[in-house]
Design a protein around this ligand. Sequence first.
Ligand SMILES: CC(C)[C@H](C(=O)O)[C@@H](O)C(=O)O
Ligand code: SF4
Length: 478
Amino acid sequence: MGKTLAEKVWESHVVRSAEGEPDLLYIDLHLVHEVTSPQAFDGLRLAGRQVRRPDLTIATEDHNVPTFGPSVTEGAPIADLVSRTQVETLRRNCEEFGIRLHPMGDQGQGIVHVIGPQLGLTQPGATVVCGDSHTSTHGAFGALAFGIGTSEVEHVLATQTLPLKPFKTMAITVEGELPDGVTAKDIILAVIAKIGTGGGQGHVLEYRGEAIRALSMEGRMTICNMSIEAGARAGMIAPDETTFAYLQGRPHAPQGADWDAAVESWRQLVTDDDAVFDREVVLQAADLAPFVTWGTNPGQGLPLSASVPDPADFTDEQQRQAAQRALDYMGLQPGTPLREIAVDTVFLGSCTNGRIEDLRAAAQVLEGRRVADGVRMLVVPGSVLVKQQAEEEGLDRVFSAAGAEWRGAGCSMCLAMNPDKLAPGERSASTSNRNFEGRQGAGGRTHLVSPQVAAATAVTGRLAAPADLQPAPVPVGA
Ligand SMILES: CC(C)[C@H](C(=O)O)[C@@H](O)C(=O)O
Ligand code: SF4
């Protein structure tokens, strides 16, 4: 019987396999950030161990970093003491154990899942881990990429291997062409609404089909990023010409003859025709539309044209209760058209949608338009390089002219472990991946959206798609 992509990558990394025990896998790339690494390094110190492969380990500062103010502009110490300690601890640990770190102020700094691909470190067929659930992002390259816990971080630091329980496989096929105005974010929000936040449990998802093949690497990363929000262990997309074109010439991509040899072997990384998935889900691209969430988990989403659901309409008792609780928290009434929901804040950024293409898409909507009065829009590039590229393209000027705030790189308001937060009761349209209670600040309310919907929402002050906007006025003299 043939093999799936995930099975192929797994099998090529097994260093030990024994009956009744988890396989031990070799890890090709270990990404590290300030939140989940301190105890792992403490553990190494206690045991008197070194990092086994510092050359396969790379660290960045992302969760706790401010995105404005003197620590961004002048390299001043972070004002918040907890965040400062977290970041300084990472710096000390990386220094002591010989790990390459991209600190604030460095060209390579950014969200861990943005910098790996950007540097060409994330490669097809590789095993990638990080003490961070959204490590699934890297699966967009045909890598097997898992989020791990802090004790596993220590294990990988010490041995460059990881014992892993067997997984099941699920194919998610999106057939046909996406309608105009529908994006990768809409696909993944629709997938999670369909299979549920537990639907992917124990599975590695493989996204396939014409609509997936047609996506850029940025779009594929958006989709794989949110696999974890469907409960999956990982998400993958088979590498193809789009993948190779993205990787070629990046700092850590193979060069010359090595590049040709690498591409040839990467071409084998496809699911065999006769391979069998444990589960298959099919969506028709033509049925998809701009999607937004109305509730407090990423599966509580609907097309923008819909209305806030009535909990009484849910047949499943648990879902009914979850919907009721979500509406109470979100301060929403059943039957309200989603397009009538007014927001205070628009957040464009995160490892889901903080890459250059996301910024371009939003800037295109904002060009010649203004952010609505009373709405604040934060634009937070996923990395310093994304920020620089955006500035070279003049996107920062489009955002600033529209009245949005142009910030430094980091996780920012995706999770509010830094000064970017919603106040209690405030409501956001956010391009991030989680809308849990308090995720963007205690009492804050989050609607997950695509960059295009975020930008249109900033203009109208209510959840909106670009198609809802009046044509932008032609500038005088044009
Ligand atoms: C801080 C970290 C452990 C966490 C994660 O694992 O995902 C964060 O990145 C998040 O998005 O909630
Ligand atoms: S941007 Fe958000 S989801 Fe991504 S790593 Fe940072 S906190 Fe986690």
